[in-house]
Design a protein around this ligand. Structure first.
Ligand code: SAH
Length: 229
């Protein structure tokens, strides 16, 4: 597969100029040269094969010569909500959820949350989503949503009908029909409080046990994305 680059603008056949970090990646990291083939995407669901016309350290001029629409998205909505784990583990989580086709990630504020992400941190996570999309071939970006309180989120009217909460001691996981809109939530390292679980149950969430060991936030979130993706 040709090296993929992300641009934050409309794409169509013809010339397009790549600048900033993506141009640096093309010219300095990948050492691509005029005549080489690349593939552009902007998150609109399509990808745009292009050939390099000119390249410098700061910019590259590319000629888009085709528009393709490969089917790489899930046919339904899969939302994952979790408190952000610390540091590199948040990056790891977003990378894996992107690869697994998750539609959106909702950072949760819960009673026992320890990490309180700021806007800048969420922007950085969106950057990790782009990097993962370049690598895995996704042409629609996983959407990193703003931070939300669990008590408001779990009762939100916009949630899919299938709502699943990972919590040790819940009902045993079992074979589930794939292909349905789903939201899956995970608690912080200290777990959801009993009040938080009760609130979710009252709002129609099912409580699922993921096995006899305690998983870290990112493992539980990835496991749910695999089970219901
Ligand atoms: N000490 C906490 C564990 C927190 S682990 C407790 O006992 O609840 C972080 C989150 O991962 C949990 O809130 C839960 O959402 C999920 N999780 C971890 N292990 C799980 C398991 N075996 N079954 C279901 N959910 C699990």
């Amino acid at each position: 597969m040709a090296e993929r680059f992300y641009v934050n603008c409309e794409l169509k056949p013809g010339l397009v100029v790549l600048q900033g970090a993506e141009a640096h990646h093309l010219a300095v990291v990948c050492r691509l040269r005029p005549g080489d083939a690349v593939c552009l995407f902007n998150g609109d669901g399509r990808q745009y094969p292009a050939r390099i016309e000119e390249v410098s350290r700061r910019s590259a001029t590319l000629d888009v010569f085709a528009v393709e629409s490969p089917a790489r998205e899930l046919a339904f909505r899969l939302e994952v909500a979790a408190p952000l784990p610390r540091g590199d583990r948040a990056q790891f989580l977003l990378e894996k959820l992107t690869e697994l086709g998750v539609t959106s990630f909702v950072p949760l504020q819960t009673a026992r949350s320890v990490v309180h992400p700021r806007e800048t941190k969420l922007d950085k996570l969106q950057r990790h989503v782009i990097e993962a999309s370049k690598q895995c071939g996704r042409n629609v970006l996983l959407h990193v949503r703003p931070l939300v309180e669990w008590s408001a989120f779990c009762r939100s009217a916009e949630l899919p009908a299938r709502r699943l909460l990972g919590h040790p001691g819940g009902e045993a996981k079992r074979e589930e029909a794939a292909g349905r809109d789903t939201v899956a939530a995970v608690g912080p390292e200290g777990g959801f409080t009993e009040e938080e679980v009760a609130l979710a149950c009252a709002a129609g969430w099912r409580v699922l046990d993921l096995g006899s060991r305690i998983l870290r936030v990112e493992t539980a979130a990835i496991a749910l994305a695999v089970l219901f993706g």
